[in-house]
Write a protein that binds this ligand. Structure first.
Ligand code: HSE
Length: 401
């Protein structure tokens, strides 16, 4: 019998309790280990809840219980979650989590503490929710050199972009509806400004390169500037607009970015709609492979956390680790990266644009009073210089990742 304590009885924590309870027999049959939830730490009481008798309010009730084998951290944040995770690992207790903010901020330190104490720190659910992408990278693709990863890593923004495109609605209107329906957070910044996806691509890039890719060094741009008309232009170009997290291994270090891109309709990522996530991996032997599923939500995320629980229950400190060193990975200067851009300028700026952006290709369906075009391949720096030389642009979206 392995005893599990869950820290945080919110959406994901209660989902983990449900998965481990509903599938207890299935887990015992499949893994040979019986897993039981013994404590649930939360500030609140849950009168009438099926797990009411397991609720504790003091972390020491978890840490000082000699029967605690595994801690599941589903509190979120980097404060108490960090302190409690560290304390559990130092006590020789394995920990698993869905907390991407903590993994992105303190991953190497917590992994090192785990290793020093003969236990493991697992975080499959921190990227892609229910999509088992870390295990795929760590074990299934272990014989491949991973040269690139591109993903739709945030369900909220993919839902908003899909609704804007299909219903021709404004960003703020769809965001408000998503908040009212409970898809989007009341403070939507981490999602719509791209920081959630930046943390996720940094975790993936760190795992693949073996060095720490600081999520704050990821070039990050969100979707709040995207307008309904952009989707009309994209349609003419046989493209779709997606917020992508991208990683490429380059001789100069890791290229990592989060930005809206206009990608061809033939790209499998362009077909991923609504709240779904998908992650495309480029291996030097396998080539492209793509992983698709629910990137958020109670049970999908809890399913991934529970897979870590079972792994820890069976192998304790001896199984595979998701790990990378605390050394900082070199990150490519984004301003030097090159690509084509889709650009909109006012009609009065058309001649200036033609002069400054040489070799442009006009995009049909121009609105009255607007000139839209695609640039030749140019660096980010050159694009910014050209855009300011003509006194600014109405909008621009990157074409090439
Ligand atoms: N807020 C995230 C999303 C889910 O919308 O994808 C948790 O990672």
């Amino acid at each position: 019998m392995k005893h599990v304590s869950i820290l945080g009885y919110g959406t994901v924590g209660s989902g983990v309790a449900e998965v481990l309870s509903v599938n207890r027999g299935r887990i015992r049959e499949g893994s040979g280990v019986d897993v039981e939830v013994s404590h649930i730490l939360d500030l609140r009481d849950f009168p009438g809840d099926i797990n009411e008798d397991k609720i504790v309010h003091d972390i020491n009730d978890v840490l000082n219980d000699p029967d605690t084998d595994i801690v599941v951290e589903t509190m979120g944040g980097t404060g108490a979650a960090y302190e409690f995770t560290k304390a559990a690992l130092e006590k020789g207790i394995c920990v698993c989590t869905s907390n991407k903010a903590l993994v992105a901020a303190k991953g190497p330190e917590l992994m090192k503490i785990a290793e020093d104490h003969g236990v493991r720190y697992l975080f499959e659910a921190s990227v892609g929710g229910g999509i088992p992408i870390l295990r795929v990278l760590k074990t299934c693709l272990t014989a491949d050199e991973i040269n690139g990863i591109t993903g739709i890593l945030n369900g909220t923004t993919n839902y908003i972009l899909t609704a804007m495109e299909k219903e021709g609605r404004e960003f703020n209107d769809v965001l408000k509806e998503a908040q009212d329906k409970g898809f989007a957070e009341r403070d939507p910044s981490a999602d719509v400004d791209g920081f959630d996806a930046a943390r996720k691509i940094a975790i993936l890039a760190s795992l693949v390169t073996g060095k720490n890719v600081d999520w704050q060094k990821v070039y990050t741009e969100g979707i709040s500037e995207i307008q309904p008309v952009d989707f009309k232009y994209a349609k003419v170009l046989k493209r779709r607009i997606k917020l992508l997290g991208a990683f490429r291994k380059t001789p100069k270090g890791a290229y990592v970015a989060v930005s809206p891109f206009m990608i061809p309709c033939g790209d499998p990522l362009s077909m991923v709609d609504g709240v779904f996530n998908a992650i495309s991996v480029d291996g030097n032997m396998l080539g492209e492979s793509m992983y698709y599923g629910q990137g958020a939500g109670m049970l999908p995320t809890a399913s991934a956390v529970s897979a870590d629980v079972v792994d820890l229950a069976v192998k304790g400190g001896d199984g595979d680790r998701y790990e990378w060193s605390g050394d900082d990975s070199d990150v490519v200067d984004f301003s030097s990266t090159r690509r084509r851009f889709f650009v909109r300028v006012s009609e009065e700026k058309k001649q200036d644009a033609l002069k400054v952006f040489r070799g442009t290709e006009e995009v049909g369906a121009a609105l009255t009073g607007e000139y839209a075009f695609i640039t030749t391949e140019m660096s980010e720096k050159s694009f910014d210089e050209a855009a300011s030389a003509i006194g600014g642009v109405i909008g621009r979206i990157r074409l090439d990742i």
